[in-house]
Design a protein around this ligand. Structure first.
Ligand code: 13P
Length: 252
């Protein structure tokens, strides 16, 4: 059985003070809802406040990016060791916003994934097609390519610490959710790519999330799909009641 993981991706939202306030409010709302892992991926500056506030709760803390070098002259970057020492357990890698605005490529996604895994972090690797790529009929090809590029040189053993998030770019922050069937199909392509690389057993054990306008109203239908093993949630992860409702859908 693969683990359902409900993860928030706060993007560039929340200050340290608001982070502490949010997690203290959220913790009793999600306490004991252990049919899924609950993760909040927060801006780097919010990590100490988040880790402190989440102590003794079932909320785990993630980062939104990691550099692939261990240390050195990389102004503005953060290493995997810095994250683990700060108490971070997960890290989002290759989000489409980083691909679009910060020159992230399939190669750097792969390097970041390897650095995260080698440091003992759990990697939430994001893949997804644009609307143009979908309309051209390239969704399957693209999802498989991005998945395989991201996982190059990852070992079958390390796959235990890999989560893949299928996030169709056209569904992110737009209010347009993929239909449950589209999400299931996209996640299925990702799982097929994992199977082609690592075999069916590893593919069956790999958590594949859906992300893109997942909210309290559509989570249950999306999570009911066989290939949807959780969600990576942007906007709805900034509201305790909406995020809790998604956790509830995963616990139903
Ligand atoms: P929204 O849920 O705001 O569409 O964002 C999805 C996302 O990009 C999560 O990483």
């Amino acid at each position: 059985m693969r683990k359902t993981v409900i993860a928030g991706n706060w993007k560039m939202n929340m200050t340290p003070a608001k982070t502490a306030e949010f997690i203290k409010a959220l913790a009793p709302m999600v306490a004991g809802k252990d049919k899924c892992d609950i993760v909040l991926c927060v801006p780097a500056i919010d990590i100490p406040a988040a880790v402190e506030a989440a102590k003794g709760t079932n909320i785990k803390i993630g980062a939104e990016n990691v550099h692939f070098k261990a240390s050195g002259a990389y102004t503005g970057e953060i290493s995997a060791e810095m994250l683990t020492e700060a108490g971070v357990e997960y890290v989002v890698i290759g989000h489409s916003e980083r691909r679009q605005y910060f020159a992230e490529t399939d190669q750097t996604v792969n390097l970041r994934t390897l650095a995260a895994l080698n440091a003992g972090l759990k990697a939430i690797v994001c893949v997804g097609e644009t609307l143009e790529q979908r309309e051209l009929g390239y969704t399957e090809t693209l999802l498989k390519f991005q998945t395989k590029m991201a996982l190059t040189n990852v070992t079958a053993e390390q796959m235990k610490n890999v989560i893949i998030a299928y996030e169709p770019v056209w569904a992110i922050g737009t209010g347009v959710t993929a239909t449950a069937d589209q999400a299931d199909e996209g996640n299925g392509y990702v799982r097929a790519a994992v199977a082609e690389m690592f075999g069916a057993e590893v593919a069956e054990a790999t958590t594949v999330q859906y992300g893109g306008s997942m909210n309290d109203g559509n989570a249950a239908e999306l999570l009911a799909k066989v290939n949807v093993d959780g969600g990576l949630i942007g906007g709805a992860s900034l509201k305790t009641d909406k995020f809790t409702a998604i956790v509830d859908a995963a616990n139903a």
